[in-house]
Design a protein around this ligand. Structure first.
Ligand code: AHR
Length: 503
């Protein structure tokens, strides 16, 4: 059997993890909102029309922050349409996704839902069709206590307490030609600077995210980040990264697909270099941190989405049904995010319900968990604390897109308060199990709390609403402690979590 070694040392700390890296995203898109989180009349709907079955599954994930209301949607959004008496709200042509938006849910209702799921809002402003003034008004409506036009309007709408939204995105993917109101880096950089300036005048406690590139292969990647930050370095706190992975560019080569976490890692490091170079040129004092506010696997639904009729309401859009192997890539991507905890402070699995999502709903039936739900849940529940660097000695492979990749990838998280260490690891080998020795040299008296294994003989298998047939992780007892080292076997194509107590 192939062998690998992971060395974990508490002196090798990367950084305390900002819990917001386990964030997610709800956009007014497809059935994320309507028949996703909100469906009056559904058997589980509460008095506000929110589906309790969905609330329960979101709560289990302990999602700390949820980005809203888009995405591409936000670039044509008039936030005022979504507040006040529901019966008076306009139905609009929603240009980003070619559907009808009824505006039954807006910022107030979404904040009610967030209370149910125990999460906070990350709000995006429209810098596509709108600009500084609408952003300023929305912020005043959401965060100003009272005594001004928009704060009093909120109170009149039944929300006496401000929403206290701390994190704000200055638009969405403004570098993309598909974006409503697409801009050049110069145009966007100036707008982000001025909008950020007035927003921080309205509420100096907020934090701002500037748009980075829509993905790492955008032709303007790099120069976009540099130009934008040249304009708004002083005003913003984060720059965004977006990246979805699929098979279309890799000739159905599974080994390359499963290696994309490595590519994500490189992408993060490249953006960090640009942020630091702008800081150096400006003789700046602060680091610009990273908000990886859209990441996931996305490709299964591309074909069927081309057939969607325009101007329908809540169509089945971007409803990827995930394979088991997608969960392994999601696990690898989570490992990359944790490994970069010194600079990635926010990350959003895009998205949360029905739209490229870990949670799916049947309109007249049940809510169920896709394969990708599980690694995301494990990282969110057990990945809080200090990220520790792991030294990995693993057999390597080369594939169509990459060379010298470790079959075993891993990261550790030390939770000092709970005296626990969690090891997250993937085995990307397509054929072989690997025996792994974990050397936790600086931790004494360890015992195993639990070992969780997610594996499946068919890597193309999916979950469905028929939950009794679904692939779910299991607790195993394979790991042994021998001379202070943990020895276990990580099966081929698997996600592994080992939770340890420091006694
Ligand atoms: O998450 C789906 C879409 O992907 C978002 O609306 C957009 O920002 C990105 O291109």
């Amino acid at each position: 059997m192939k062998k690998a070694k992971i060395i974990v040392d508490k002196r090798e700390s990367i950084a305390p993890i900002d819990n917001r890296i386990y964030g997610s995203f709800i956009e007014h898109l497809g059935r994320a909102v309507y028949t996703g989180i909100y469906q009056p009349g559904h058997p589980t709907a509460n008095e506000k029309g929110f589906r309790q079955d969905v609330i329960d599954l979101v709560r289990q994930l302990r999602v700390p922050i949820i980005r809203y209301p888009g995405g591409n949607f936000v670039s044509g959004y008039r936030w005022e349409d979504g507040v006040g008496p529901v019966a008076k709200r306009p139905k609009r042509l929603e240009l980003a996704w070619g559907v009808i938006e009824p505006n039954e849910i807006g910022v107030n209702e979404f904040s009610d839902w967030l209370k149910e799921v125990g999460s906070e809002m990350m709000m995006a402003v429209n810098l596509g069709t709108r600009g500084m003034e609408a952003a300023q008004d929305l912020l005043e409506y959401c965060n100003h206590p009272s005594g001004t036009y928009f704060s009093d309007l909120r109170i009149q709408h039944g929300y006496k307490e401000p929403h206290h939204i701390k994190t704000w995105c200055l638009g969405n993917e403004m570098d993309g030609p598909w974006q409503i109101g697409h801009k050049t880096a110069e145009e966007y950089g100036r707008l982000a600077c001025e909008t950020g300036k007035v927003m921080k005048w309205v509420d100096p406690t907020i934090e701002l995210v500037a748009c980075g590139s829509s993905h790492k292969d955008m032709p303007t990647f790099g120069t976009w980040e540099e130009t934008v930050l040249n304009h708004c370095y002083e005003q913003v706190d984060y720059i965004s990264l977006h990246q979805y992975y699929g098979y279309e560019n890799s000739a159905h080569d599974t080994q390359s697909f499963l290696s994309k976490g490595f590519e994500m890692d490189q992408f993060i490091k490249n953006v960090v270099s640009i942020c630091d170079s702008v800081k150096a040129k400006k003789k700046g004092k602060k680091d610009i941190h990273l908000s990886f506010d859209e990441w996931n696997v996305w490709y299964h639904s591309h074909e069927q989405d081309r057939k969607i009729e325009r101007w329908t309401f809540a169509p089945h859009q971007l409803e990827d049904i995930y394979f088991f192997e997608d969960a392994i890539l999601v696990g690898s991507m989570l490992i990359s995010l944790i490994k970069n905890a010194d600079r990635v402070k926010i990350a959003c699995l895009a998205q949360l319900v029905n739209v490229i999502a870990p949670i799916m709903t049947e309109k007249d039936g049940t809510a169920w968990c896709q394969t990708i739900y599980y690694p995301y849940m494990h990282a969110s529940l057990y990945g809080r604390g200090i990220a520790l660097n792991t030294e990995i000695q693993s057999p390597k492979y080369s594939c169509v897109q990459f060379s010298d990749i470790d079959h075993i990838d891993s990261v550790a998280v030390y939770n000092e308060e709970k005296s626990e260490v969690s090891i997250f690891a993937v085995n990307r080998h397509l054929e072989e199990d690997v025996e792994v020795e974990i050397d936790l040299r600086s931790f004494d008296n360890l015992s195993i709390i639990e070992e969780i294994l997610y594996e499946n003989h068919d890597i193309k298998a999916t979950n469905s609403a028929n939950i009794s047939q679904n692939i779910i992780p299991k607790k195993v007892n394979k790991a042994k402690i021998e001379n202070g080292k943990i020895i276990t076997v990580m099966p081929k194509v698997s996600w592994n979590v080992i939770r340890l107590k420091i006694n």
